[in-house]
Design a protein. Structure first.
Length: 368
């Protein structure tokens, strides 16, 4: 293994994301000799990084802010951090860091390699038209300052290639963020008292309303079917619908839980009827590793995890009837789940092993 002594700065909206979703990548980069520096909004997990002797710098950013003065302060603060630390490489996650670091590369005399990973576009381009036009303009122009762009699915890669035709920018696809296959091991002797689970950050675009509607219709015919809903919800209107469904006994809403693996293990089928702009949803990768059949949408990022009728079902977006049909597919034949045994885990091992994913990312960086 050829080692380097370069300093790499990883920038995100939150330390939580860098710790929970990127710590194994960070460990992999350290193995290759990189000096690691993480930058994100003030919050939890700073101590965790410092305990691993990783420098953590708090950045004055508000992830959901649209206030021009907040954004200018965030931009200038990041400029100051980059100028002071003089990294050899800046590695961005999420839209705002990509835009602000890219503009700073143009303005700051200190030269550094710029890498951005697109972990899905989320709702970054779902603002009112004036915000959409501004963000889209800034984002597209920011891309050309990057030396390497990493997409997590073919749809996002195609979009990046369309938006960024600069000859010095390399665009590649790496399969999602990967999943820890040692942590998420299947137990085929585990009883599955729950039939279905949707576990996610609960926003409308994750298909939560379709899940509630499907549960209501199926539960009306069979009271014994159990529907679990897990995740925090910041939308008061959606939360009210969830709580009403829970009160009626249609679903079992458990809120945010740190023990999601236990619920996934005890569930027959994992469901995500998403039309959110995903990278590759982490919950589906964990479901694959646990060898669970999946019902998800034929939608960017989601469809990467399912071969239709092989290890699950692909459904239409925003279509409750399509979801009900696939749920009944599993309910009406008790042998389907056992026939699918081993298939999801095989996909996880072939495509989404986190060690392999992180090695690919690190090697791509080393080649720059």
């Amino acid at each position: 293994m050829n080692k380097t002594n370069k300093k790499i700065m990883l920038i995100s909206n939150s330390f939580e994301f860098l710790w929970t979703a990127r710590i194994e990548l960070i460990d992999n980069l350290k193995l290759y000799g990189y000096e690691i520096l993480v930058v994100a909004e003030k919050g939890s997990y700073v101590k965790d990084f410092k305990d691993k002797n990783i420098q953590a710098i708090e950045w004055k950013i508000k992830g959901q802010s649209k206030n021009i003065f907040h954004e200018l302060a965030s931009f200038l603060d990041l400029r100051k951090i980059i100028k002071n630390e003089k990294p050899d490489i800046v590695f961005n996650f999420t839209i705002k860091p990509i835009i602000y670091a890219s503009i700073n590369k143009f303005l700051i005399r200190h030269n550094f390699l710029l890498i951005s990973m697109i972990t899905g576009f989320g709702n970054s381009f779902s603002f009112k038209k004036k915000y959409f036009n501004l963000i889209a303009f800034l984002f597209k122009h920011a891309l050309i300052k990057n030396d390497l762009l990493i997409a997590q699915n073919e749809d996002d890669k195609a979009l990046l290639l369309k938006w960024c035709r600069h000859k010095n920018t390399k665009v590649i696809k790496i399969n999602g963020s990967g999943v820890n296959l040692d942590k998420f091991k299947p137990d085929h002797d585990q009883e599955t008292p729950y039939q279905f689970i949707l576990a996610s950050r609960l926003i409308k675009e994750k298909g939560v309303e379709e899940y509630l509607e499907a549960a209501d219709i199926i539960k009306d015919k069979n009271k014994d079917i159990t529907f679990i809903l897990a995740g925090g919800c910041d939308d008061p209107n959606l939360l009210e619908k969830i709580q009403r469904s829970h009160s009626r006994g249609t679903i079992n809403y458990i809120g945010h839980t740190k023990n999601i693996k236990s619920y996934l293990s005890k569930t027959m089928v994992v469901v995500l009827p998403s039309y959110y702009f995903e990278g590759v949803p982490r919950i589906l990768l964990e479901a694959l590793a646990l060898d669970k059949p999946i019902i998800t949408t034929n939608w960017r990022g989601c469809r990467d995890t399912v071969v239709h009728n092989y290890n699950g079902r692909l459904i239409d977006i925003k279509n409750t009837n399509s979801l009900i049909e696939s749920m009944n597919y599993f309910l009406e034949d008790s042998n389907i789940v056992s026939r699918m045994a081993g298939r999801s885990r095989k996909l996880a091992e072939e495509k989404f092993d986190r060690d392999k994913v992180n090695n690919k990312i690190t090697k791509s960086i080393n080649k720059l």
